[in-house]
Design a protein around this ligand. Structure first.
Ligand SMILES: [Zn+2]
Length: 95
């Protein structure tokens, strides 16, 4: 079965058992990413908070000067994504 829906946190309906849906509690980060992009649909009325954290490597703070400003050229580095490793974490909770 092809996953199409994200159901309420503790859902255990037939779709959840056959893999057409997954309960929010068991949604993986990649599943949540598919929800954010609209590839999957949420099938419940509750508001869901999606928390996305992006961790850059090297860390941005390491580039900052003591005054909190970025050195000249750092902005260009940020735009050249291939120079950065980005680790993206996604979690979701019902509100
Ligand atoms: Zn279900």
């Amino acid at each position: 079965m092809v996953l199409q829906f994200i159901d309420p946190e503790d859902c255990n309906c037939t779709d959840c058992q056959t893999g057409v849906a997954v309960p929010l509690r068991h949604a993986t980060q990649s599943t949540l990413a598919r929800l954010v992009t609209g590839e999957l649909r949420a099938r419940f009325d509750a508001t869901v908070k999606i928390h996305i954290t992006v961790t850059l490597s090297p860390p941005l703070l390491a580039l900052m000067r003591p005054n909190g400003r970025l050195p000249y050229g750092a902005t260009n580095l940020l735009h050249e994504a291939q120079r950065w490793d980005a680790e993206i974490g996604i979690t979701a909770t019902e509100d």
